[in-house]
Design a binder for this molecule. Sequence first.
Ligand code: ARG
Length: 541
Amino acid sequence: MNLEKLLHDQLAPALEAVAGEPVDPAVRVSPFADFQSAAPLTLARRLGRPPREIAAEVAARTGFTVSGPGFLNITLPDEMITAALEAAAGDPRLGVAPATRPERIVLDYSSPNLAKEMHVGHLRSTIIGDALARILDWQGHHVHRANHVGDWGTPFGMLIEHLIEEGGARDHSLGDLTAFYRAARVKFDTDEDFRTRARLRVVALQAGDGPTRELWRWLTGLSEQAFLDSYQRLGITLGPGDFAGESCYQDDLAGIVAELGEKGLLTESDGALCAFPSGFTGRDGGPLPLIIRKGDGGFGYAATDLAALRHRVRNLGATQLLYVVGTPQRMHFQMVFAVAREAGWLPPEVSAEHIGFGSILGTDGRMLKTRAGGTIRLAELLDEAVARASAPEIGIAAIKYADLSGDRRADYVFDWDRMLASTGNTGPYLQYAYARIRSLTRRAAREPGRIRVTDPAERALGLVLLGFEPALQAAGAAREPHRLAGYLHDLAAVFNAFWERCPVATAEPGVRASRKALAELSGRTLHTGMSLLGIEAPERI
Ligand code: ARG
């Protein structure tokens, strides 16, 4: 149930009658009533009339009251809140109706590079993307998870060549994947002959040489398994069937170039084939190129993204394309979308969005690194989270929630003490709040009871509970999990206030049953919201 929308629908006709044209009622939660609308103030300026006069006219039509210089204060009748809460309590979806027009969403997230190990930089895409997948799914959309892993190109020449030379190709063992990657990299950086052999190996890979391909498959399989292990530890819903890496599109790339060429969208520049989508200019004011085929004949990142995009629209029937990738890649995606529109692969009815996010910083305010200045491996980070927390699921929740609770566009500081704290807007705070509610509702054997809100603390909790739908819809529509996170934090805080103020055991039976029902609904709402963020909610801590 969305009270704001309900009130919006009541106010809109009254405002329109007074103004003679549609007016946005702009209903907001208010500390002075349950809700408030400032629309008469905006309208007064437009009509050149006193705001209180306009507010009075609207009030007369709706039964709301005028306050201050011309606000409309809306206080809901208790019965209305009660009825809405009863409806939510009796509904497994907590009163949230599934989308009436479900979209087919292809959600590109996580997408690490197989030839390297997963590091903390991939953490945000994985965590934010997974929360969005869960939220959009639950809203009733069809979500197709696409893990566009880097599984092709130069780094694989290096790895396969190293594998062959170390004899690992024969006995199919390479020990520690991480050590193996590092050793190959060192050799590549220091040994010129090896570099040449590695380049030839890439050519063999791209030409489809049998033994090379076989090693490539084995190597990518190992890498995928390592990622799946991390996903499992993190509670990420990506599975083996979601891998659709860059290699999947190799056979389409020549066609991409041919089609762009036919449509007159390619220009040769220093031997490379480039598209110059209109509207993109460089610092010097000149057109900005998107490199489709490099001077050496190799295809770049853009070509693969165009092929993937075309596939997602054409074969997967996507109506929305979402890419959860760091902000530095924003321009790349804007250009890929523009070229795809010009090529006709992205029809007007299909939307494409880059969902960017900021960096993870250390407590010194710089990019998060190891003490020695190296990149932090994800697996090590998870080990540390588990070691620092009182239980593994608390450590994991702390990391995930720290990433989800702030606006994704902002950088965030990775601070163990802050994110593991059991107070404040943290994962552990929600987990403790949930476990507490569950211990209360477990103890109080459920008596069938209707919800009634009379005490101000009950009323406040009731209103917050009814705010679940708007918070969830806002999080989904804006692709901003932090809106849901912030809501859950409010809910936990308001519940605590309610519980301190409203005794249960000593209350008369009707009130007792109602309070238990409110606690139950609070627990379910918190649990649902946490699971939509991918935060585990243990029954006991
Ligand atoms: N593998 C890339 C990286 O690690 C990210 C890929 C993002 N997705 C995409 N469709 N380009 O930077």
